[in-house]
Design a protein around this ligand. Structure first.
Ligand SMILES: Nc1ncnc2c1ncn2[C@@H]1O[C@H](COP(=O)(O)OP(=O)(O)OP(=O)(O)O)[C@@H](O)[C@H]1O
Ligand SMILES: [Mg+2]
Length: 467
């Protein structure tokens, strides 16, 4: 934050306002003056200040009442009290009501500046801390946004292009395709990265609370509003508001949102004046918004306002080439997260993963890998460790040649199930024997070729007496 700090000075005595503003002005503070508590509140409704410096004794709304009103609106506002009648009592009540500090008149210039600087420093630290926490979380997510397929390369190109702009982007795609990750990455790669990224799941807010959640409210705006609230729109001021599941916005909220987007200002519930906001909006949905428009559930005007740029996240089955790198990333993350010994997937496992339909897309892949990482034994993860119905190992690989298989006839008296089992075992034995021979008895290589873990191969080889 390089701009000079802004201070609101409140005092009913003109000469005190003047002295303070000259004193602070020459040190680079931007000052606004208010002659009464009421005037101060009106100004605060329009503008934000780094600190408020207020007299205690004033006709009308006095300093303590003003303090209570300010804290009700914005609990984090820094307020410093000035008083000619500094009794322990008033000082105590001011501090209890949330004043940052108090100074008694006549005040020394040095003293005021010192207290102000300390207060502002604390405000900056709080902001910075909040931002850092957010950034750490985001960097972690973004650094692992992967994809080598042409389809994902196109996505990355578009993200790089739109990140620089303020254009609204509508991100579509099936569940689990990475829509939120794309939104975070647009924010993180653009000029707003130092400001908040505020994700909102539009389907998760009860309709009766929506307006106040989004736009904020003043204290006492409705029953239960015992503290003022900024609202999600104001919280993303200067940053990015991400409207996730945007199709779930009720129609009346769609109208209100459109107005906020067009006018670039919000009005808190219970407040008369609107406040300016500098927003960038990203939205995502897995619904077909055009269909929703036709069904009368989504407003066409809002759709066009959101869909300035459209970004479609391709389903995973359209880009199987991305699966190996994603699977390796997720395996490594699962191993780290669960403090497991390092694990590896066989080529056959990768092939198996690439053959799946993945209707739950990347999220489903991540879940399966984590599950298998935890459940599998040993350091090699083979196809048999995965919970899908899989083609018999004989179908792929050199052992598949049908001429190698000769089925034993069912023994007399054996039931069908037992016969099939015996046949399958005979086939399996032949394949294992042959592949082991092909790899000169090297179990690691044979296991790899068969898509088995080394350990599973050894067990089977022992079972068939091939050792
Ligand atoms: N290309 C990718 N690289 C790495 N991880 C990814 C990728 N795409 C998605 N993921 C991961 O998959 C999971 C789902 O991603 P995300 O939440 O962004 O999907 P979504 O499209 O918003 O899903 P939904 O529609 O269910 O909300 C997350 O854990 C995310 O980190
Ligand atoms: Mg999502």
């Amino acid at each position: 934050m390089t701009t000079s700090p802004s201070i609101l000075i409140v005092d009913d005595e003109g000469h005190i306002r003047k002295i303070l503003s000259i004193m602070l002005g020459k040190r680079g503070y931007r000052c606004r003056l208010a002659a009464s508590g009421q005037e101060a509140l009106a100004i605060l409704g329009q503008e934000e200040f780094d600190a408020v410096l207020t007299d205690l004794k004033m006709p009308g709304l006095d300093g303590l009442e003003l303090l209570a009103r300010i804290k009700g609106e914005n609990p984090e506002q820094i307020v410093i009290m000035l008083t000619a009648f500094a009794t322990v009592d008033t000082a105590l009540s001011a501090m209890k009501a949330g004043a940052y500090d108090y100074l008694s008149k006549p005040f020394k210039e040095e003293e005021i500046v010192l207290v102000l600087e300390k207060a502002l420093e604390r405000g900056r630290l709080i902001d910075e801390n909040r931002l850092l926490k957010r950034q750490i979380k985001e960097r972690f997510d973004i650094s692992s946004f992967l994809g080598q397929s042409p389809a994902m390369q196109k996505v990355f190109d578009l993200i790089a292009k739109v990140a620089e702009t303020r254009a609204t982007v509508l991100i579509t795609g099936e569940s689990g395709t990475g829509k939120e990750l794309a939104a975070r990455s647009i924010h993180q790669n653009g000029p707003r990265r130092e400001r908040p990224f505020v994700p909102v799941n539009c389907g998760a807010i009860p309709p009766n609370l929506m307006e106040s959640e989004f736009f904020g409210h003043v204290k006492g705006a409705f029953t239960g509003a015992d503290q003022a609230k900024k609202g999600l729109v104001a919280e993303s001021d200067g940053g990015t508001l991400f409207l996730d599941e945007v199709a779930e916005l009720p129609l009346d909220m769609q109208v209100k949102f459109l107005r906020v987007l067009q006018e670039e200002e919000v009005r808190r519930v219970g407040e008369l004046n609107a406040r300016k906001v500098d927003l960038r909006v990203l939205a995502a949905t897995n619904k077909d918004l055009r269909g929703e428009i036709e069904a009368g559930r989504f407003r066409e005007d809002l759709f066009y306002r959101l869909n300035v740029i459209s970004l479609r996240m391709p389903p995973l089955r359209e880009r199987p080439d991305d699966i190996p790198m994603l699977a390796s990333l997720f395996l490594k993350q699962a191993v780290d997260k669960n403090r497991l010994n390092p694990k590896k997937m066989t080529a056959a496992s990768m092939r198996l993963l690439m053959e799946q339909k993945w209707s739950g897309n990347v999220r489903a892949l991540r879940n399966v890998i984590e599950q298998v990482a935890v459940m599998s034994e040993g350091e090699i993860i083979g196809p048999e460790d995965f919970p899908f119905a899989r083609p018999a190992p004989a179908v792929s690989g050199p052992a598949a040649a049908p001429d190698a298989i000769c089925l034993p006839g069912p023994e007399k008296g054996a039931d069908l199930k037992a016969a099939v089992k015996a046949a399958a075992e005979a086939v399996e034995r032949q394949i294992i024997e042959r592949v082991l021979k092909e790899h000169n008895g090297n179990k690691t290589h044979a296991a790899e070729a068969l898509g088995l873990s080394r350990r599973a191969l050894i067990t089977k080889a022992q079972h068939y007496g091939l050792d």
